[in-house]
Design a protein around this ligand. Structure first.
Ligand SMILES: Nc1ncnc2c1ncn2[C@@H]1O[C@H](COP(=O)(O)OP(=O)(O)OP(=O)(O)O)[C@@H](O)[C@H]1O
Ligand SMILES: [Mg+2]
Length: 223
């Protein structure tokens, strides 16, 4: 039996990943495809313990207190655990897996800790580590939900009702977020991701409008 398909929805914080992943999974299921949706980090699992410690600031209050390679390992082993215990067999037997974040999130959020001249070497290490050494499947398609920075800031502020204490170590650090944006654009351009522009004249496009574009891309790529 041939392996399944892995479709990844990637994007910066609050870009609509969960929203779009869920709708895409529902749509593909309605077409009769065997579909599962997975979300990373897998907060419901013990395998996310180190991620929780990291995001809560237990290794340092700034993202840069944990280097790109160490932080990437926390997220990678969480994926390994979920693959082994949850969705690996389904995928190996031909299922379609829709992932809200994946290795691609390490690419975006950890590249940003390194100077751009080190990104290529880091990405080479990252993909070799997760897709070859750990044996996780590489995505068949990565959809990058691009949101204009000004709109993104407004959404994040509204989300926490101005309560800064609710933000994790990534979300608190605006300089880090700006670097993550540059890294995301670099990755989308150099790694064959498909960019969906989610903002239009300083506002979010509607969820349905974005979803229609995402469905069009994915159905084209699944053929
Ligand atoms: N196109 C849209 N227009 C307006 N609001 C949206 C849109 N897409 C998502 N939202 C809302 O924005 C919030 C964040 O969406 P969602 O949880 O899907 O994003 P996310 O990328 O998964 O976030 P995070 O990075 O925190 O995991 C939710 O309240 C969601 O309902
Ligand atoms: Mg989410």
């Amino acid at each position: 039996m041939s392996k399944g398909k892995l479709i990844v929805i990637e994007g910066l914080d609050g870009s609509g990943k969960a929203t779009q992943a869920k709708l895409l999974a529902q749509h593909l299921a309605s077409q009769g495809l065997p579909v599962r949706e997975v979300t990373f980090p897998d907060y419901a699992s013990d395998s996310s313990a180190l991620i929780k410690m990291y995001l809560a600031g237990q290794f340092g209050s700034k993202p840069d207190d944990v280097n790109a390679y160490a932080a990437s390992s926390f997220f990678a082993v969480d994926r390994y655990a979920s693959y082994k215990t949850d969705w690996g067999r389904f995928y190996e037997e031909g299922g379609v897996v829709i992932a809200d974040r994946y290795t691609t999130s390490n690419a975006v959020h950890q590249c940003s800790k390194l100077p751009p001249e080190q990104w290529e070497a880091f990405l080479h290490w990252l993909f070799d580590y997760e897709f070859h050494l750990l044996g996780l499947p590489a995505p068949d398609s990565v959809i990058y939900l691009q949101v204009d920075p000004a709109v993104s800031q407004r959404l994040m502020t509204a989300r926490y009702h101005g309560d800064e204490s609710k933000k994790d170590v990534h979300e608190k650090d605006t300089e880090y977020l700006a670097r993550s944006r540059r890294a995301a654009e670099y990755c989308a351009e150099h790694l064959g991701w498909t960019t969906v522009h989610c903002t239009h004249s300083d506002a979010m496009r509607s969820i349905e409008d974005i979803q229609a574009e995402v469905q069009g891309i994915v159905l084209g790529q699944l053929k």
